[in-house]
Ligand binder design. Structure first.
Ligand SMILES: NC(=O)c1ccc[n+]([C@@H]2O[C@H](COP(=O)([O-])OP(=O)(O)OC[C@H]3O[C@@H](n4cnc5c(N)ncnc54)[C@H](O)[C@@H]3O)[C@@H](O)[C@H]2O)c1
Length: 483
């Protein structure tokens, strides 16, 4: 795509997003007591796992393959966040009738007026299309939706609690509502899409059996691997679909639900519940390890004079290593890697098996984020006190408005402690950051952030940051700025 077209698209995204949500602050402050970060806030068995289909997708198109063998199901997705909204929209696009329900009335009101409360590329268009043909229904009436559904997907948040474990209160609340509905003795499949502590499927089964002994149901563990920023594409074109269950009946239904993807020979891996739950945690912790590793090698290269990008490229050419997740950055963030690595460590401690490498990745990641301000000090040759820093990028990665565990949070607090002035800018994530850190200057544009700043700090790999006219020293933690 030509550069002009790309930046045009981005400007359009920004414009529509800003007009919906954004109020830009105009006061410049520094040295205020940093607000507290509340990142931990309110948070049957097949004997042999088997790969049913193991070939790479034959059809590179995103469009699901829907033919005469397709069987549409009435589905409820509980939780309309990054995962639930994307999954519900995709299922509706397949042809299923999907109730997307949430306890957040404001979110549902927005969705019912056609406003998508999160940013994900292409989501709004597909969502609106399916909403208008009534295959996608948004509601806070969870019980009503469940009564009409044969398959229930749990996609509620499982944020990290202060002790590092996952908050499963949303799962438990949902299970109680499901138990009420199961009294009608209609068979339903309950599919756990949220990333849940290992053993949750068994606990949910036990809880439902106690709350509603007459209930007829099966539980399937179906972890999600999508990435924010390309979530719909990832959902439509996953590397694999993992299903954990001992019930052939439930698995058959799930295969019918995913049929438009399975038609494209997306690998389907079937195992038991606890293994499926573990696959999710082990995968995320592994990716976090890979990122923490390349970040440490980047620090090492900085000292030795080697070119980290050539090092990563040279490593990635080895098919045993692969080139993905070998891009150094300011330290990984997002709602998954830190949370899931921490929860895995908690479980490991509980069962008495130390996962030292996972612990090391979290330690290395913390150090990586902490190392940014000292590097900035070097860049401006001394104290940051009274200096103005243009912080470019607040989202934890490009193409999302999500700031959960973003390196920007740590860095902004560190800069405030150094009594620096901050001019922060992000094409999509300002509104979310303002909710957590209201008292810094949020710029109207990247150019506004750079104006009269002493140094620029690039934290997110947004396309528009690549070609700005930087006239000041830059610390480019993503190495995207064209030299
Ligand atoms: N975000 C990702 O990239 C990603 C990827 C894979 C898996 N996951 C996992 O998927 C799950 C959802 O993540 P997310 O990022 O979509 O979370 P999110 O915070 O964006 O959305 C969660 C939604 O659940 C709703 N909710 C909470 N309790 C509820 C209840 N009792 N009833 C109904 N709705 C309720 C919230 O209001 C919110 O809208 C988590 O377990 C997460 O770890 C996330």
């Amino acid at each position: 795509m030509p550069k002009e077209k790309k930046s045009g698209m981005l400007a359009q995204i920004k414009k529509s997003f800003k007009s919906k949500f954004m109020t830009t602050k105009t006061t410049l402050s520094r040295g205020k007591k940093p607000p507290r970060i509340d990142s931990h806030a309110s948070p049957l068995q097949t004997d042999i796992p088997r790969i049913l289909k193991t070939h790479a997708p034959k059809n590179p198109s995103l469009a699901p393959i829907i033919d005469s063998t397709f069987h549409a199901y009435p589905i409820t997705v509980i939780g309309t966040g990054y995962v639930g909204l994307v999954m519900g929209t995709a299922f509706a696009e397949f042809g299923h009738t999907v109730h997307c329900v949430d306890i957040n009335q404001e979110k549902i009101n927005l969705l019912n007026t056609g406003i998508v409360p999160i940013y994900e590329p292409e989501l709004e268009e597909v969502l609106k299309k399916n909403k208008s043909c009534k295959r996608l229904i948004f509601s806070t009436n969870i019980e009503m939706a469940l009564k009409q559904s044969k398959v229930i997907f749990l996609a509620v948040g499982t944020p990290m609690l202060a002790d590092g474990t996952a908050d499963v209160s949303g799962i438990l609340a949902s299970v109680k509502t499901i138990a009420d509905v199961l009294r009608d003795q209609t068979y339903r499949v309950i599919c756990i899409k949220s990333t849940v502590p290992i053993g949750t499927a068994a606990a949910v089964k036990k809880m439902l059996s106690q709350l509603c002994p007459q209930g007829v149901f099966d539980i399937v563990s179906n972890p999600e691997f999508l990435r924010e920023g390309c979530a719909l594409k990832d959902f439509m074109m996953p590397d694999r679909i993992v299903l954990g269950s001992s019930s052939e009946k439930a698995l058959t239904i799930l295969k019918e639900i995913y049929q438009p993807l399975l038609q494209r020979n997306i690998p389907l891996f079937i195992t038991d519940n606890i293994t499926a739950e573990t696959i999710k945690y082990a995968s995320n912790a592994f990716l976090a390890v890979k990122l923490a590793y390349i970040n440490e090698i980047a620090d090492f290269c900085e000292k030795t004079g080697a070119n980290i990008f050539d090092v990563a490229h040279g490593m990635g050419l080895d098919s045993r290593i692969g080139n993905k997740f070998l891009t150094p950055g300011p330290g990984f963030g997002g709602s998954c890697f830190p949370k899931d690595s921490t929860a895995l460590l908690k479980k490991a401690a509980e069962v008495g098996t130390p996962l030292r490498i996972v612990q090391a990745s979290l330690d290395a990641n913390k150090a990586r984020k902490k190392g940014i301000v000292p590097k900035l000090k070097n860049l401006v040759a001394g104290s940051l006190s009274g200096k103005t820093i243009a912080v470019l990028g607040l989202a934890f990665k490009a193409n999302t408005d999500d700031i959960r565990e973003s390196a920007a949070l740590d860095v902004i607090y560190d800069l405030l402690q150094e009594k620096a002035y901050i001019k922060a800018y992000d094409p999509l994530a300002i509104e979310n950051m303002q909710k957590i850190i209201p008292d810094i200057y949020y710029a109207h544009s990247a150019e506004d952030a750079l104006h009269n700043a002493d140094a620029a700090l690039v934290l997110t790999e947004w396309q528009e940051f690549k070609t700005l006219n930087y006239q000041i020293p830059i610390l480019d933690t993503r190495n995207i700025v064209k030299k």
